[in-house]
Design a protein around this ligand. Sequence first.
Ligand code: C2E
Ligand code: MG
Ligand code: MG
Ligand code: MG
Length: 293
Amino acid sequence: RLVASGGDGCLLFDPALQARLSERALLEHGLRDALREQQLFLVYQPVVPLRDGATLGVEALLRWRHPQRGLVPPLQFIGVAERCGLILEIGEFVLRTACKAFMAWQRSCGPDAPRRMAVNLSPAQLQAPDIVDQVRRALADVGMPAAALQLEVTESMAVRGDEAMQRLRALKDLGVLIALDDFGTGYSSLACLHQLPVDTVKVDRSFVMHAEASEYHRVLIEATVRVARTLGMTTVAEGIEGHGEDALMRELGCDRGQGYLYARPLPDAELLAWLQARAAATPAAALPPPAAA
Ligand code: C2E
Ligand code: MG
Ligand code: MG
Ligand code: MG
């Protein structure tokens, strides 16, 4: 509601808008401290094989422990970080921390360690000219093979234009894998998939959660899996919470699955415990060979 206007400006008085703006300003201010004061940390969620030969991976997910508010969910602060430019610094922290953790697990867990580390990239990071160098240096500094890193981007980057796309191709040329995150929720479609430099399609949880009850969602997932496979891409089903969903996603041909059924996103130490428990429960012969896709 506009209550006053005059001179070269106007005075807005919309309590809801005001609340949103000051909330954003508060978060933005807090985020600057967060990096400095080490309030940001990563948790890791396993991505498990649903078929023989598929590999175990993890996805790094960012967390912010705010001194007053406790844990702030990423969807509440990543947008803020994008708008104020802090996402570049935060993104580099995520990348470096994830690569370091990945290499530490290789040393401590040997053959039971995850084979792949997935890291989310925001659209603003793809627009930064030095993102390719940033990734190259993060890998080189810890001696991580490029093929063990998977960068996750959303469909929105496909409509960001040629520059983002070129950067994505340059990243792929480094040898890192690219995953299309939250597939099905954006603007691109199955018909565009062949134009994207992508190795893996992550079917969004909104499809997975309806698949048991809805034939429409099942058919869409099945079509996605078939198109992806035809293009040489692999698929991940996101947000698997129940055994029925697990069975169905296997039946529909998804290569890998991620969800609370297998594990929640876990702090480093808990992930190590999860890996050890899994290795103890899995006969060696059932583990995929190291070179599998
Ligand atoms: P995403 O990349 O699609 O990550 C998967 C999200 O689904 C995570 O939420 C995860 O905790 C949640 N999830 C996994 N399994 C289940 C399940 O079985 N049920 C339900 N209900 N949820 C499940 P989270 O950690 O809150 O992250 C939300 C989003 O924030 C991510 O979605 C990603 O887009 C973004 N994000 C997280 N970390 C980063 C980061 O380091 N950088 C950037 N740019 N974005 C990030
Ligand atoms: Mg992701
Ligand atoms: Mg996702
Ligand atoms: Mg998602």
